[in-house]
Design a protein around this ligand. Sequence first.
Ligand SMILES: *Cc1c(COP(=O)(O)O)cnc(C)c1O
Length: 318
Amino acid sequence: MAVRQSGVAKAPRLVAYASNEVHGCVPRALEMAGLGSDALTRVATDDAGRIDVAALRAFIRADRAAGLTPFLLIGTAGTVNSGAIDDLDALADLASEEGLHFHIDGALGALGMLSPEIAPLLRGIERADSVAFDFHKWGHVPYDAGFLLVREGAWLKDTFASPAAYLTRADTGLAAGGDWPCDIGPDLSRSFRALKTWFTLKTYGTEALGASIAENCRIARALAERIAVEPDLELLAPVALNIVCFGYAPGGVGGDGAINRAIVEELHAAGRVAPSLTLVKDRPAIRAAFVNHRTTADDLDALVEGVLRFGARHSPWR
Ligand SMILES: *Cc1c(COP(=O)(O)O)cnc(C)c1O
């Protein structure tokens, strides 16, 4: 609480941890909080893109020994690059042993909890102190519809509620009611974003949303299987959820992946399919992320066919 008055400069040297696959919003948040992005240690990941828990533990111990104050551990439930899910149970154990706040970035993957098929992959998410997730990604709600769930509502009030004469509460009438939105978040005036999410949940229900999520994951697995048997394509990361990272690799030779950049540009210009481009282990990769309930096997055909056609056109090997 004192930090609200005295600022972070007077606080202990607070440090945080996440994997090197963490989304850019996390270092950005540390910058905005005045701690600086150097306060974040980015821990190595395994071949599946999941944080190395043993290395993480060693960093925390070393930082404490050096007089720093570890305070925050961020796990990712669905990395933006490949959809990888950290071992959330192991992270929850470590956070509790070390007395850290355990936050989960579930922007991309947390809504998998709506599908009985996908939920087991997210085991441990229920142990978080806070979870961020987006209904504007897998929840079919228009931008923006970001959510934060925290274990103790009092933390939000301690952080944000401020007395102000013009916000005086009353027992009855327009100024009645308990907590106001400005008591639990940084905005004073803000739009009613929750409404569109509420309508989506009311109209379709969690079962239909979950079924669509599971279907997107099946489509992603089908694409991965297709890539495995296609001699001119290579899978560049394991498929955990709805994201497939792959590349053009005639005869199994993908080179430095530079050709994938050109292929994605061509696909965008052609307009039939719209994968994005990312880096997997520093190599450009074609990234297909499935969130649309209308995506079918026909779209996979169009994607594979397009990649092979544009790949052959740009190939230095042919
Ligand atoms: C999209 C994404 C974010 C950023 O979320 P926005 O709410 O869209 O700004 C953060 N983390 C992950 C893992 C994401 O995929």
